[in-house]
Design a protein around this ligand. Structure first.
Ligand code: NDP
Length: 242
């Protein structure tokens, strides 16, 4: 079988690093992007190589034209792209009346625009069996407390995009889905953080999820077994949106 290649954006830390390692265990060669943290990116690359897979890291600011070029670098460096996981994201927080134009542009740039451009470019290179997985948020469906308007809107946009793109890509045998995490213990949302107890209070499970809880869902969606799932959102949130 041809060696499959996956590209995980924001694969240096947190959920993205776990996804990169899980897909490597599944047999994918791995490319990751990162924004600033070269050391963490190198650690993911080393861990993927230790699993016997090829790996490369690409520095990418997540905005502007770098996203399309990054996909092209993956194809040039690894020979192909079979799975795209758009994971890199930011979490602007604050009252809607206090949000700045810069914050609006930043969240749309990374959480929405980059995802669209990466999908457009990656899908052009994919063949039958291609997989596109967007990391959204349970806050796309439910905003349980104030201060998350920009973030919730950016993640809701992914659902409309995935449904629409699924129509275009389905005839080519390529699936596109959104995974919607709830609270997962990472640098972005530490289980010991100031908002953690409030978030736990909204959940059915009263504990934060682990990065592996999301990586396992992504691994499933990236597998041949998930070929009949497309245009869907898989909420993986400990029941926060229940
Ligand atoms: P982290 O903040 O822990 O990690 C973010 C990753 O994205 C890092 O690899 C970082 O790279 C990279 N990154 C940040 N900014 C950019 C940029 N401008 N361009 C490219 N890469 C960038 O986040 P999480 O692992 O917690 O979150 C991952 C995804 O999951 C996000 O989309 C987030 O919205 C979503 N999510 C997370 C939840 C949670 O509770 N943790 C809940 C719901 C959704 P570097 O190391 O170089 O900084």
């Amino acid at each position: 079988m041809t060696q499959r290649v996956a590209y995980v954006t924001g694969g240096s830390r947190g959920i993205g690093a776990a996804i990169a390692k899980s897909l490597a265990q599944d047999g994918y060669d791995i490319a990751i992007s990162y924004a600033r943290n070269e050391q963490a990116a190198q650690k993911t690359v080393d861990e993927v190589k230790a699993l016997g897979r090829r790996a490369m890291a690409i520095r990418c600011d997540g905005e502007g034209s770098g996203n399309r070029a990054a996909i092209q670098r993956v194809v040039a460096g690894m020979g192909r792209i079979d799975a795209l996981v758009c994971n890199a994201g930011i979490y602007p927080y604050g009252d809607v009346t206090e949000m700045t134009d810069t914050q609006v542009d930043a969240v749309l740039g990374l959480n929405v625009r980059a995802v669209m451009i990466e999908t457009i470019e990656a899908a052009r290179h994919m063949t039958q069996g291609g997989r596109i997985i967007l990391i959204g948020s349970t806050f796309a469906d439910r905003s349980p407390f104030p201060g998350i308007s920009l973030y919730s809107a950016s993640k809701s946009a992914l659902n409309g995009f995935a449904r629409g793109a699924a129509r275009d890509l389905g005839p080519r045998g390529i699936t596109i889905n959104v995974v919607q995490p709830g609270p997962i213990d990472t640098d972005m949302n530490p289980a010991t953080g100031a908002a953690a107890d409030m978030l736990r209070s909204f959940m059915c499970h009263k504990e934060y999820g682990k990065v592996s809880d999301i990586a396992s869902v992504v691994s499933f969606l990236a597998s041949p077994q998930a070929s009949f799932i497309t245009g869907s959102a898989l909420t993986t949130d400990g029941g926060l949106a229940a």
